[in-house]
Design a protein around this ligand. Sequence first.
Ligand code: SD4
Length: 340
Amino acid sequence: MHRRQFIQWSALGIPAISWKGFNKQQVAGNKPLVISTWDAGIAANSAAWKVLRSGGRALDAVEKGVMVTEASQNCCVGLGANPDRDGYVTLDACIMDEHANCGSVAFLERIKHPISVARRVMEKTPHVMLVGSGAQQFAIAEGFPLESGKLSEEAEKTYRNWLKKSEYKPVINIERSGIPMASTVPNRLPNGEWNHDTIGMIALDAQGNLSGSCTTSGMGFKMRGRLGDSPIIGAGLFVDNEIGAATATGQGEDIIRICGSHLVVENMRNGMNPENACKAAVERIVSVKGAAKCKEIQIGFIAINKQGQYGGYCLQKGFNFAVCYADDQNFLVDGKFILS
Ligand code: SD4
């Protein structure tokens, strides 16, 4: 479809789709709408949806949504997650609203809700990003309690296991589809590894405004001080209220290299629907890194546009995302992938 035609159709409120490729993702008008990465996105979407269904602001929805994941001891995000290689959990998060206001924290320790600290950075400081002990000091000054710093039971076990070899393999887990998850702990593989460690969420509210959030414990057993894409505006998250919003998960170093989420939004600005915009960003990573090296990593992008269309794309089989646009519509979608 030509760009001009897309814009004309969109302006008329007509879904910019080809009938051959018809599916719900490409239908405009899913509003309000919230989507988020991975299976933990279902519970997070439910919390976000409560805000959206009552006419609330997308910004509140994306904060409340990912707080559920951050608070869960049984998840891969937040203080219950895997530590760095020195045994400390360090958290990164960012948030962005419909006015291009944004806030971010990184290398934050012993604070349960990094996403809320990121929002305070956005709303209460003249800055975008606070890191490390400065971010922690700011959080405490804002009334966030300082938590114990003790590893969760599961993370302690996994860390002890990792210490046996202490092998430094800075690679995000590739989801091994077909391997059943440990039944008691969602997102844990039976060998104790997390399946993934991030949630990115983007939402369109009833007023037609967009916002996004992204929060992570980063790579398990990373070097102390390592940051990925998740707290970096433009890499792990980007929102442009005229066009759309995108967020990323997977190997952060490669997402940063292409300013991934910003690229996805720019692709939408140039007329692509959300799915194709994500696909083109994944293709960019393959062209920068080379297909052979890409087999060792996973990257997934998800996006929504101003018209209420959504989509996602990833490098390898195994990535999924959660979509919610009605009380009874909160479901997982398997991301299409480019490597076979
Ligand atoms: C990072 N992008 O720190 C994050 C990790 C991630 O699922 O998404 N894991 O690089």
